[in-house]
Design a protein around this ligand. Sequence first.
Ligand SMILES: Cc1cc2nc3c(=O)[nH]c(=O)nc-3n(C[C@H](O)[C@H](O)[C@H](O)COP(=O)(O)OP(=O)(O)OC[C@H]3O[C@@H](n4cnc5c(N)ncnc54)[C@H](O)[C@@H]3O)c2cc1C
Length: 515
Amino acid sequence: MAEDALIVGSGPSGVSAAHALLERGRRVLMLDVGVTLEPENDARARRMGAVDPDAWSADDRRSALAPAPEGDAGMRPYGSDFARRDVVGFFAGGAPADVALRPSFARGGLSNGWGSAVAPYRIEDLGDWPARARDLAPHYAAVSRFMPISARKDDLAEALPMWSPEGSHDLPSSPQARALLDRLGRRKDALVRAGVVFGKARQAVRSGCRQCQMCLRGCPYRLIYSAAHSLDALLAHPNFRYRAGCVVEAFSETPEGVTVAMRSAAARESIAARRLFIATGVLPTARLILGSIAKPSAALTLKDSQHALTPLLHAFSPPRGLANAPQHTLTQIFLELLSADAPCAHVQIYTYNDDYEKDLKARFGPAAGALSPLIGVISRRLLVAQIFLHSDLSGSMTLSLGPGGALDIRANANPATAPAMAATIARLRRALSPAGVAALPFLARHGAIGSSFHCGGSLPMRDAPSGLETDILGRPAGLSRVHVVDASVLPSIPATTITFSVMANAHRIAMSAPD
Ligand SMILES: Cc1cc2nc3c(=O)[nH]c(=O)nc-3n(C[C@H](O)[C@H](O)[C@H](O)COP(=O)(O)OP(=O)(O)OC[C@H]3O[C@@H](n4cnc5c(N)ncnc54)[C@H](O)[C@@H]3O)c2cc1C
């Protein structure tokens, strides 16, 4: 018997669609490649997560803090590359050198090792979205009922509504973040006049943080949200089934339903359903769409929200014992740089983590030994601002199918990016300087196109879609039973964080899709 709904992918967009469909009483089968963490890394995280940080064994601590292998600069939650390992031969001809974006084939997708910063899009940033898709409000609220969010009601709430249900908790700020928030607060009026709104960062994290500084290496207490947590909960639902080890390769639509062609270790097979929801992340989704319904010569334009990392130095004294102080190492402060004539820029400020000293030593090379005391002092006054630009001010990627059906990705620079980033860093510098924080733009690291992983818009939703555009239910023009629910369908990529909005939009589409 055909399924009510097939969802392909178990990342944030897939689990959001599943929540909505189950709420509507649908029977859901989720197909996924579903790579998981290696048993030895999982066992170590479980051992560490079962006790307080001061009871961790020296061996476990050492392995958890081990540096990445030479040449591997990507995310490594729990010491593993499982979240971005190409187990399906996606880049059989070699990964593109000039584009940093990568697909995930993991159970829970890229959310296994993300920064977990969550903010909704500002309503002003959705001007080019089709009318009804702009109404994400009830869906942000629905997502925040299954994705835990740490948030404090502060001045940010006006620009970035909270959407968290009552009783959301508040992750403790680090000592440096408390000092900086206090200093910014003292000149709030001047900042508001300059179009700068700031507040405590919001993260998708459960309460109970042990402040063990391991966030960026994989929380041993599994408090940082992963879509895999939602999947674990969904498995208890009687109408939900999950199959890992499935690589979906193509789909076709008939008047009665949809059929997907997939391969698993056992065989190639076809599965029929009344509706299909594609949540495979922007690169695999592009390949599925191009390979299933597009002309061989078709190409898609994938938008990026480009980012840069700018070091900041604070003049005020660092708190005593900062390196060993209990603190989390996720982003601590959000700043929104608003403007009447340009899209808003989003800034995330990170405070101390023990990588700063290692990075500085690497930068100073052979002189690092002699400069060690100075490096120690600098690393305790160092903050990092991660700046994101709107997709209108960022580069893009052209996606097409190459020989053998492999996805070909080409980066396209945008001449507006460098001046926009320079102007944003200058604004940030003016905003932070009176609070005793100096921005060091000459040391900024500018992310390559796609390296923010805040990418989408290759199949943009439109009121009147044509070609490979989609309608407000994520359906490519001409199809009625196939819904794309990941970031591919966002018409633009505003600078604030992407995933909360992708999840809200996936939930909206699955809630509104016809029977
Ligand atoms: C280092 C890093 C930090 C990040 N930090 C943030 C942040 O702080 N805030 C934020 O908002 N966003 C952040 N992101 C982005 C965020 O992780 C993604 O936006 C989000 O995971 C996208 O969710 P998704 O469900 O669309 O796709 P994915 O997470 O990519 O999931 C794709 C799913 O599809 C499955 N799949 C793929 N192809 C197939 C196939 N052919 N057949 C079957 N299954 C398939 C995979 O197994 C996987 O389950 C970060 C990303 C990275 C890499």
